[in-house]
Design a protein around this ligand. Sequence first.
Ligand SMILES: *Cc1c(COP(=O)(O)O)cnc(C)c1O
Length: 406
Amino acid sequence: MINLFDVRRQSARLRDKIDARLSTVLGHGQFVLGPEVLELEQRLADYAGCPEVITVSSGRDALLIALFGEGIGPGDAVFVPAFTFSATAESVTACGATPVFVDVDSRTFNMDPAALEAAVATVVGEGRLVARAVMAVDLFGLPADYRGLRQIAQDRDMLLIADSAQSFGAELEDAKTGTMAPVTAVSFYPTKPLAAFGDGGALLTDDPERAARYRSMRVNGRGPSGLQECEIGMTARLDTMQAAILLAKLEVFDEELSRRRAIAARYTQVLGNEIVAPFVPDQYQSAYALYTVQCDARDRLASHLKEAGVNCGIYYPTPLHLHPGLQKYGKGAGSLPVSERLSERVLSLPMHPDLTDEEVTTVCDAIMDFRQHVAVTPQEHPMMASAGKFRAAPPADYCSTGGAGW
Ligand SMILES: *Cc1c(COP(=O)(O)O)cnc(C)c1O
């Protein structure tokens, strides 16, 4: 079986480095906020080009601390994309604020600045909630449209928070993840680009006052002297053990990112005519947490791939405004059409740095096989049917680069 993720292969490949790091921790015994935590924070800061990095217990806790840290709570609106992992919006409900769902761009999967503008105008017009923050998500590893979003946040006096849980290592122009918004949250969950072997996360900011607040909030609101300093506190530290593992992985992180990008390039080259490949605009570099394609016959393709020994994933089958735990904050089916349509069309192909070239070929072959040999009804791609290209054979050399989708 070819899996979507495979952390066991990575752990075998890095076993010696990780063992050495863990054995140091077992030796010094500082399991909470030990020297590895500080070393990791320094290295992440250097890597991202961001002055302040505060590691925490998870990506969701990082988002929650960012919100608490601004005093955001009941009566406040936080704008989030409707097409993302539920934790984005759950961090907002956890602090008592109200998530306001915004539709996304159908090509980048990320928050659409024009839709944000409209959503903010509606909230301000209604006058029930105060528009306090925008939480942009870098879905599947591609940075959001920060140039557009920053301007809107600034004009409306809202804090822009980057939910970069999936995008550590990504780039926009010359900026790396962590420097595209005043506050950035990342996750080190095992399937994210830079991953611990357990939960972890970090906050990145260029503001020393925010950084001091976050450091205090992660230790129950205590300050450097141990006295209570912040009203709101959490137990939200990153374990020294996980920091040690992350330090070992950070050493090879750039190689792993290059491998992810090479796999993505190969998928796009082979499959670009058969499915809608992920779109990466100019001046953007994705961290490829996931390689997500779009197709109308999504569910049938997924079962075909499964039979061929390829495990895919559906991220996300339900947009947040229709999610059982969050729908009460939304306006129901039909209100956010792009997110709804994407949730029916997306399929994430296997993507991890230990995927072999042979496995990538197997995935591509299985998709080509589906296109050539499995009946697809005209309803499933009326555009191609009407263009007379119904069940067209793929190019012989598999080297098409066009973008016609189905
Ligand atoms: C994974 C993820 C989170 C939450 O991160 P955890 O470390 O699992 O708490 C938040 N937002 C997005 C977009 C994610 O993908």
